[in-house]
Design a protein around this ligand. Structure first.
Ligand code: DX5
Ligand code: ZN
Length: 227
């Protein structure tokens, strides 16, 4: 079944616990950490993640858009994250970092910006629990979905199948009712949605609708057969 991870970047930061409650029933809460260096925007850090982890039962899916994730990512596991995604463009030693995240007890995930190809990282895939293919340039919510990323989603799913891996494939950026089906057909099974969820009148209902669309679209997809 498709997983929908609402992004709290589009939520009200003064009411994070309530905003987490508003999407009860979603699989994970997606938390975007930005440092104003790796991306031109600044959000939140370890203390806020610690508080949010205490305030909600929904596991936290951390997306670190920061420089030097080798140094900071382990602290987000200690803060209570269930999954930590680092950008491969920023990581000095991605294999060592993925192993450290896993050893500390979280799922390890690697993100690729739109301009970064997946092929050079084929050999790293067994070290990971998830790959995040960005479908916008990271930094801001509410941007238009980049269709040109669909072939990369498909090629990543092919690599996962080729190596027979239990790897989740997440997409993030511009995922909404009019784009989620194409992502699911191409091979994504974890969907981040910010404005499409928190911009809706009923965020929990928006999550259910997106999950339904993704499930239907992937039901007949080549990569999901036998799932
Ligand atoms: C963008 C963030 C996304 C963002 C997505 O850099 O990584 O998680 O919240 O927002 P939408 O779904 O509005 O494109
Ligand atoms: Zn994100």
């Amino acid at each position: 079944m498709a997983q929908i991870n609402p992004s709290i970047l589009s939520a009200d930061f003064a009411r994070l616990a309530d905003e987490a409650e508003a999407v009860r029933g979603s699989d994970w809460l997606h938390v975007d950490v930005m440092d104003n260096h790796f991306v031109p925007n600044l959000t939140l850090g370890v203390p806020v993640v610690e508080s949010l982890a205490r305030a909600t039962d929904t596991p936290l899916d951390l997306h670190l858009m920061i420089e030097d994730p080798d140094r900071w990512a382990p602290q987000y596991v200690e803060a209570g994250a269930g999954s930590v995604t680092f950008h491969v463009e920023a990581a000095a030693a991605p294999v060592r970092l993925a192993r450290e995240i896993r050893a500390k007890g979280a799922r390890a995930s690697m993100a690729l910006k739109p301009g970064t190809p997946i092929e050079p990282y084929e050999d790293l895939l067994p070290e990971l629990d998830m790959v995040l293919i960005m479908t916008v340039e990271p930094g801001f919510g509410g941007q238009a979905f980049l269709d040109i990323m669909l072939p990369k989603i498909r090629r990543t799913r092919e690599l996962i199948a080729k190596h027979d891996l239990e790897l989740w494939l997440q997409v993030d950026g511009g995922v909404a009712a009019n784009t989620i089906e194409r992502c699911a057909e191409a091979g994504a099974d974890v969907f981040v949605a910010g404005s499409a969820v928190y911009g809706a009148e009923d965020p929990a209902e928006a999550v259910r609708k997106l999950r339904d669309l993704a499930d239907k679209a992937s039901a007949d997809a080549w990569w999901a057969c036998g799932h």
